[in-house]
Ligand binder design. Structure first.
Ligand code: CDP
Ligand code: CDP
Length: 224
């Protein structure tokens, strides 16, 4: 019986990855790592510093000088950038529409992956993102590729935005989500793609609880 396994969850925007990953991690007593928050944090800093988002060298250098901490809290995971809580700031529209351009740079990704591997060193871990099963936790015992219809994902993101007081419209969100998925899937450096050994999980008709329970069940099978 193996108690601590690695669970990799990838998939397109707003499929439910972070919500479900966090729940599954809590239930299993594992560390949860939201890699999207790390890409969002460096994008936020680059925008603040007015750095050209096409400048791979400048962005990679910026990341090397930047501390990004993910800390669990009762209200979900908090994100600290050089000691400052940026958990809400990294969800703004400007960060959301810029992050895929930043995440496309290969050398920046290399540094991110190094950090993610270090974070995953001890104990059980649930990590979610775009390249976790294909490039980060390549030997993860359980890999999930999570998706949902684009209509459902846009509706969910709209509700998220409402809760955060961000103004948005479903049709516009649908367009933005599709564009971001396209950029993430078509980039050269570790694009969003289902790992050969990943299980496909469509959450369109699933509640958060149902999806989390499904993953926990699969994890328990991998442990025994
Ligand atoms: O939560 P949402 O689906 O909107 O996105 P996220 O998980 O916060 O990720 C934001 C962006 O970071 C993605 O659209 C990707 O461009 C990038 N990302 C990535 O390239 N690789 C990862 N492992 C995680 C995120
Ligand atoms: O991390 P990712 O972008 O894949 O998605 P998320 O931020 O976890 O989920 C987007 C929104 O969909 C959140 O508000 C979730 O609570 C919601 N959700 C849902 O209503 N039903 C599901 N089965 C999964 C997520």
């Amino acid at each position: 019986m193996k108690n601590n396994i690695q669970i990799a969850i990838d998939g397109p925007a707003a499929a439910g990855k972070s919500t479900i990953a966090k729940l599954a991690a809590e239930e299993l007593g594992y560390t949860y790592i939201d890699t999207g928050a790390m890409y969002r944090a460096i994008t936020y800093k680059a925008i603040e510093r007015d750095i050209d988002l096409e400048n791979e060298e400048a962005l990679t250098q910026l990341l090397l000088e930047t501390k990004i901490d993910l800390r669990p809290s009762v209200n979900g995971q908090l994100v600290f950038l050089d000691g400052e809580d940026v958990s809400d700031a990294i969800r703004s529209n400007i960060v959301t529409s810029s992050v895929s351009a930043v995440a496309a740079h290969a050398t920046l990704r290399e540094e991110m992956v190094k950090r993610q591997l270090k974070m995953a060193e001890s104990g059980g871990v649930v990590m979610d993102g775009r390249d976790i099963g294909t490039h980060v936790l390549v030997d993860a015992e359980l890999k999930i590729f999570m998706s949902a219809s684009v209509d459902e994902r846009a509706k969910r993101r709209q509700l998220d935005n409402e809760r955060r007081g961000i103004d948005s419209h479903v049709e516009q969100l649908k367009k933005e989500i599709a564009e971001r998925d396209k950029m993430d899937s078509e980039r050269q450096a570790s694009p969003l793609v289902q790992a050969k050994d990943a299980i496909y999980l469509d959450t369109t008709e699933l509640s958060i609880m149902e999806a989390a329970q499904h993953i926990i069940q699969l994890a328990k099978e991998r442990m025994s």
